[in-house]
Design a protein. Structure first.
Length: 153
């Protein structure tokens, strides 16, 4: 006998926070019928157990502060998790370019990347692009890190 879809959903959310899209997929993989999924999602959204807007804000903040991610990587990851465009835009809208530049520069300085040679600049640029910083901003951060190291010397 299949488990109650609501209880199954609550158990899934107890393991980790999921987006609405992720929970839909998770329930479908376990054989829950589409109509039941819709009913359960509606109940959970109304109860505040699923809130993609709040999830996107917290996720973006965590990835910025704890992982040093840039806006491009955060955007790609949230989109991949099924978060709606308006929630992604709102989550990324709270940080201006100056704050992004400072975070990217601090990431390089914190890793001891002096950017004093062409090879170091290329490595630093590659790191920032992989972390999801726009290319123009990454260039600016490499130059800023290089200046900081020169001034400190």
């Amino acid at each position: 006998m299949p488990e109650d879809a609501y209880e199954l959903a609550l158990r899934a959310l107890g393991y980790k926070e999921r987006t609405e899209s992720e929970l839909r997929g998770w329930l479908a993989e376990r054989g829950v019928e589409d109509t039941e999924i819709e009913d359960v999602i509606t109940l959970l959204v109304e109860a505040g157990a699923i809130d993609d807007a709040s999830f996107a804000r917290r996720y973006a903040d965590d990835k910025r502060l704890l992982a040093g991610w840039g806006p491009d990587r955060i955007e790609r990851t949230l989109a991949g998790r099924g978060v709606a465009r308006e929630h992604i835009d709102a989550a990324l809208g709270g940080e201006d370019e100056e704050a992004q530049l400072e975070r990217a520069t601090s990431l390089l300085v914190g890793r001891g990347m002096s950017c004093g040679s062409e090879r170091e600049r290329e490595r630093a640029l590659g790191l920032l692009v992989r972390r999801g910083y726009p290319l123009d901003l990454a260039y600016d951060a490499v130059r800023s890190a290089e200046r900081r190291f020169r001034q400190a010397a």
